[in-house]
Design a protein around this ligand. Structure first.
Ligand code: SAM
Length: 226
């Protein structure tokens, strides 16, 4: 899978790309991430990417004549123009079903906003899939893009050591539920004991306990999923 990130702050991704699961996926050639600085498409000598909003008001707006050529040129790089995602609090809400749709793509182009956001004509011309990671406002789309990348790569074949783990995760599978409670050593900590069934080695009993536990947690915490 190829992920192209268009941002004014590519340096924000350095630590994230260099760590853990994603680093290994990149090294193994399972995932490719390319970073582009939108500012490189600015045409004036000051490299201006934003301007004051028509009609007045606070903040600055990302310029259509910088962002559109940037997106178009990046999408032309490669046989598949990719699925264009615009990060915006006004988009459809990210959830595991949306993550699954995105993970089915060969290439995703992630467009990160800043300041007061995008000139409306950017949406009209590019017709992106507008995605929000929740009903709150971030300073920029970079953290939202990282959240999408993080969730999507878990579903790319062979990225996880054990493919089963993404199938039992919360919100996954045909009947989305919360995952059952997990325990590891020590068996007892501050008088809290691991449920004995998990120590008995009977796989049928363990599967049954986990199913019940998962159902109960979902009913108590997220009845809307049932
Ligand atoms: N003025 C905009 C509004 O009220 O809709 C918010 C602009 S926000 C300060 C700057 C950028 O951060 C946005 O263009 C978007 O790329 C990103 N952003 C902020 N909140 C987000 C969210 N919940 N999900 C995805 N992206 C978000």
């Amino acid at each position: 899978m190829r992920l192209d990130v268009l941002t004014l702050f590519p340096e924000m991704f350095a630590g994230y790309l260099g760590g853990s699961l994603l680093k290994r996926a990149i090294e193994r050639g399972l995932v490719e991430v390319r970073l582009y600085n939108i500012r490189d498409w600015a045409t004036d000598k000051h490299k201006t990417v934003d301007d004051r909003p028509f009609g007045g008001g606070p903040g600055m707006v990302l310029k259509v004549d910088t962002v559109v050529p940037c997106v178009e040129e990046v999408r032309r790089q490669g046989a598949d123009p990719g699925h264009l995602v615009m990060l915006t609090p006004q988009g459809r809400r990210l959830d595991q079903a949306v993550v699954e749709q995105l993970a089915a793509r060969e290439r995703i182009v992630l467009l990160c906003g800043r300041y007061e956001g995008f000139d409306e004509r950017i949406r009209l011309l590019l017709e992106p899939d507008e995605i929000s990671i929740g009903d709150f406002v971030l300073n920029g789309g970079e953290v939202a893009a990282m959240a999408i990348i993080d969730a999507v790569i878990r579903l790319v074949p062979d990225v996880l050591g054990d493919a089963q783990s993404s199938q039992v995760d919360s919100f996954s599978g045909g009947q989305p539920r919360l995952e059952f409670a997990q325990y590891t050593r020590p068996r007892v900590y501050r008088e809290l004991e691991v449920p004995p069934v998990l120590l008995g080695g009977n796989h049928e009993e363990i599967a049954c306990w986990r199913q019940q536990n998962s159902k109960r947690r979902t009913r108590l915490r997220r009845a809307d999923l049932l």
